[in-house]
Write a protein that binds this ligand. Structure first.
Ligand SMILES: C[S@@+](CC[C@H](N)C(=O)[O-])C[C@H]1O[C@@H](n2cnc3c(N)ncnc32)[C@H](O)[C@@H]1O
Length: 333
């Protein structure tokens, strides 16, 4: 009896070991499979070494399915918080959202002052081939940050002149330096400080109606929702009839939204505040289209970009969701 029991225990231990070995080998083959799938891929960061062609990924997973699961995760999180913890009334939101110009200036002065932070966003040339078209001569970037989009546009389109705008003087300075470091002719570039959500562009503005393209890369998500309309109307006013606004920003149910602590949420919607005071809004396509159309644009393209990234160290897959859009200023009748 005892021997039998002992044997059973040994067998149980052995089969436990077998299972452990089995699951170890299946998890290592899963890891290998993940590594194989993710090696050499691009689609999101597009840093200096990112490939320009062939390996670009933009639809790694089904958005609807992801949104369903992610929506459940968000709901669970809310239930766990018992409906409390974030700024829900207009007064609470106003109290938290202080002057964004100062907040971004602090960010660019501190965080953004190292060359290490600078990564060319070369993927925008793939996302927006119109930027490479030789007829796209005058490009304006809204919220240029440190110049990570301006530089690839100047490199990719030798016919382009780029005007970079940002309300942070340090951002404008970083962009100017990044452009100078590449040695472009000074005549191809201008940069200036401008608050795009408060100073309306009118007909007296020398830049009104002069641009073939306005580029907005992770800019609108940094603007309080009630001011987004002003930014979009300014973009429309700066474009020539037929000119295009190229848009890339955070999409609803992006990994970074799911990771935001609930107490950083603003107004009960899909809007959050980072610890440094800057804002992050997560767009869905209907919301995005209605904002652009409400400002007078026609929608050319609007889509989710779904990119699965892989963290080798943590052996973790991460689902990033971005919104892609091309919006057109209608021709005059
Ligand atoms: C998230 S960063 C993106 C920077 C850059 N486009 C990029 O993709 O790296 C947002 C940028 O928009 C600028 N910005 C935010 N609101 C603005 C406004 N109302 N007028 C002008 N610039 C603004 C900020 O200073 C910041 O440089």
């Amino acid at each position: 009896m005892e021997r039998g029991a002992a044997l059973l225990r040994v067998r149980a231990r052995a089969s436990g070991r077998d299972r452990a070995a089995e699951s170890e080998s299946s998890s290592s083959s899963l890891r290998e499979e993940r590594l194989r799938r993710h090696t050499g891929r691009s689609g999101y960061g597009g840093g200096r070494s990112a490939p320009l062609a062939g390996q670009y990924h933009s639809s790694d997973f089904d958005y609807e399915e992801h949104a369903l699961n992610a929506g459940r995760v968000l709901l669970e999180k809310e239930r766990g918080a018992g409906g409390h913890g974030w700024a829900s009334t207009a007064e609470e939101v106003a109290e938290r959202v202080v002057e964004q110009g100062d907040t971004w200036e602090r960010f660019h002065r501190k965080v953004n002052s190292t060359a290490r932070f600078f990564k060319e966003k070369r993927y925008i040339l793939q996302e927006f081939p119109g930027l490479l078209d030789p007829t796209t001569r005058r490009v304006c970037e809204f919220g240029c940050g440190n110049g990570s989009s301006v530089v690839p546009v100047l490199k990719g389109n030798p016919a382009a002149h780029v005007t970079a705008l940002d309300f942070s003087p340090s951002a404008v300075e970083h962009t100017r330096r990044a452009v100078e470091a590449e040695g472009f002719e000074p005549g191809r570039f201008a940069a200036m400080v401008r608050d795009l959500s408060s100073d309306p562009v009118d007909e007296a503005d020398a830049m009104a109606g002069t641009f073939d393209a306005v580029l907005m890369v992770f800019m609108l998500s940094a603007v309080p929702p009630e001011h987004m309309d002003k930014v979009l109307r300014n973009a429309l006013a700066l474009l020539k009839p037929g000119g295009r606004a190229y848009f890339r920003d955070y999409g609803r149910h992006d990994l970074t939204q799911l990771r935001f602590p609930l107490d950083q949420r603003l107004g009960g919607g899909h809007w959050y505040q980072r610890k440094d005071g800057t804002l992050s809004y997560f767009f869905d396509l209907e919301d995005l289209k209605s904002r652009f159309e409400g400002a007078g644009f026609a929608c050319g393209e609007a889509d989710y970009v779904c990119v699965e990234l892989y963290n080798r160290k943590k052996d973790e897959e991460m689902r990033r969701v971005f919104c892609h859009g091309v919006f057109v200023r209608p021709e005059l009748n």
